[in-house]
Design a protein around this ligand. Structure first.
Ligand code: NAG
Ligand code: NAG
Ligand code: NAG
Ligand code: NAG
Length: 384
C-alpha cells in the first residue's frame, strides 16, 4: 500500500418507528440488490492461516524496503461483474407523510474500517453521538448502509472486498437514491450529498472522481489526501490486526481469514481516539461493536486515483486535529488543504476543518455534536 499523494501519482422493507425519546423520524430498512462492474485489484499475498502469517504480513507491509509488488496500483486488475445485496436504512424527519412538493436533501453516508453503519447512529446518548439524529433534527434525510462484507450486507471474502468494488456499489446506491427508489415515500430528492468517514471518505472521493456530477455536496470526515502525512502503516501498526474469526469465533466464525480486527480495546483506542477527549465507556462500546475489515480494503485504502476536478458543488473536509491515520496525529498547519485545494478549484465552496479535541473516530469524541453542526451549517450555507 502506498500513500499516494494527490500530487498526481496517482427489498424487504421494514418500518421502524421513532424512539419516543429521540427526534421525530420515519425510517425504512432495505436489502438492496446492486449489480456492479468494477476493475478489481489482485493481491500478491497468500491467504492467512494464523496470526503468525498476519504478523509477518504486517512486517512486509510496513517495511522501508517493501517490495513494489505491494503497490496494488501496479497490479493488473480484473474486471468483475457481480450482484450483491446491500443492507441500508433511509430516514427522513418527522412522522407526517412527506409533502411531495417539498425540496429535500439526502445525505448518503459511508462508514469506515472497523465500524458498520451504526457509526452514524450508535446506541449511545443520541444527543451527543448520533449524526443521524442530528441531521434529522436539521431537516436532512439520510441514507446509510453497511459496506459490502460488513454488518447486515452480503458477506464476501476479505480477499475480495476492496476499494474498487465498494466504490462501484456506492455509485449504484447513489443512482438508486437519486431516482427516488429506497427513500421511503418521499420521491426523488432535490439534492444529494456524499458523506464519508475514513475509508468511506476515500470511497466517496473516488466515486465523485469517476463521475463529477454524481452529487451536489461532498463531506469527507476522518480523511486527508496529503501524502506527506497520510499514515496507513501507522494505522496498521496501531490497530495490531488479528484474524477476526479466530479472535471471536462466537461472532465471526463465518468470515474468512481475510477479515481482520484490532487485537484489543487498547489498539482500537490507539488508532481511533485521543485522550482526554473521549469517554472510556464510549471507547468500550466502540470496541464491543466493532466490525472486522477486509485485508483487501486495508491495502487499497489509499488507492484513490480519480479526483473530481470538475465538481461544482460544495466540498468540506473535516478531520479530528489529532487524527493518527490521515495526519500522523496533527492536522493543523495546512495539512488538510494541501494539495487537495488544487482539485476543488471549480467548487461553489471548499472548506477544510482541523477539528479540535478529537482523534480519527470523531463521532465518538465528547465534542462530536459540534462537528455535526459544522457539517449541516456548511451544507445549509451552500443551499443544500
Ligand atoms: C520486487 O520483487 C520482484 C520479484 O520478486 C523483483 O523482480 C523486483 O525487482 C522487486 N522490486 C523491488 C523494488 O525490490
Ligand atoms: C424543519 O422543518 C420544519 C417544517 O418545515 C420547520 O418548522 C423547522 O423550523 C425546520 N428546522 C430547521 C432546523 O430548519
Ligand atoms: C473538466 O471539464 C472540461 C470541460 O469543461 C473537460 O475538458 C475536462 O476533460 C474535464 N476534466 C476532467 C478531469 O474530467
Ligand atoms: C502537506 O501539508 C504540508 C503543510 O501544508 C505541506 O507543506 C506539504 O507540501 C503537503 N504535502 C503534499 C504532498 O502536498
Amino acid at each position: 500500500m502506498k500513500a499516494t499523494s494527490v500530487a498526481w501519482a496517482v427489498s424487504a422493507v421494514l418500518f421502524c418507528t421513532a424512539h419516543a425519546a429521540g427526534v421525530p423520524k420515519t425510517c425504512t430498512d432495505y436489502d438492496i440488490p446492486v449489480t456492479i462492474t468494477s476493475p478489481n485489484f489482485g493481491f500478491p499475498i497468500n491467504r492467512f492461516k494464523t496470526d503468525f502469517d498476519v504478523a509477518d504480513f504486517l512486517d512486509t507491509l510496513t517495511s522501508r524496503n517493501k517490495n513494489v509488488s505491494f503497490s496494488v496500483i501496479t497490479l493488473p486488475g480484473t474486471t468483475v461483474t457481480k450482484t450483491y445485496t446491500i443492507s441500508a436504512t433511509f430516514c427522513r424527519p418527522g412522522h407526517a407523510p412527506p409533502d411531495p412538493a417539498e425540496d429535500y436533501t439526502v445525505i448518503i453516508a459511508t462508514h469506515g474500517l472497523n465500524f458498520d453503519r451504526r457509526y452514524w447512529d450508535p446506541e449511545l446518548d443520541k444527543k451527543k453521538y448520533s449524526f443521524v439524529e442530528w441531521a434529522l433534527s436539521q431537516n436532512y434525510s439520510i441514507f446509510y448502509y453497511d459496506r459490502l462484507g460488513v454488518g447486515k450486507s452480503e458477506q464476501v471474502s476479505g480477499y475480495v472486498a476492496q476499494l474498487p468494488n465498494q466504490v462501484a456499489i456506492l455509485t449504484e446506491l447513489v443512482k438508486l437514491v437519486k431516482s427516488g427508489i429506497y427513500v421511503g415515500k418521499t420521491g426523488k430528492p432535490t439534492h444529494t450529498v456524499l458523506l464519508g468517514h475514513s475509508f468511506g471518505s476515500a470511497l466517496s472521493m473516488q466515486a465523485l472522481g469517476l463521475n463529477h456530477n454524481l452529487v451536489d455536496g461532498l463531506v469527507l470526515t476522518g480523511f486527508s489526501s496529503n501524502g506527506t502525512y497520510v499514515n496507513p502503516f501507522g494505522f496498521a501498526t496501531a490497530i495490531a490486526p488479528r484474524i477476526a474469526a479466530q479472535q471471536q469465533p462466537g461472532k465471526w466464525r463465518q468470515l474468512d481469514t481475510g477479515y481482520l480486527t484490532g487485537a484489543d480495546l487498547f489498539t482500537s483506542v490507539a488508532a481511533f481516539f485521543k485522550a482526554p477527549y473521549y469517554d472510556v465507556t464510549v471507547a468500550r462500546y466502540a470496541d464491543d461493536h466493532k466490525f472486522p475489515f477486509a485485508v483487501g480494503e486495508l491495502i487499497t485504502t489509499n488507492a484513490v486515483s480519480k479526483y473530481p476536478f470538475n465538481f461544482t458543488g460544495a466540498a468540506l473536509i473535516l478531520t479530528g486535529k489529532y487524527d493518527l491515520i490521515y495526519c500522523t496525529s496533527d492536522c493543523d498547519g495546512g495539512v488538510l488543504v494541501n494539495p487537495i485545494k488544487d482539485v476543488f478549484t471549480r467548487t461553489r465552496s471548499f472548506k477544510t476543518v482541523s477539528f479540535p479535541k478529537a482523534g480519527h473516530a470523531l463521532n465518538l469524541h465528547l465534542n462530536a455534536a459540534s462537528s455535526f453542526k459544522v457539517i449541516t451549517d456548511f451544507l445549509r450555507k451552500n443551499g443544500l
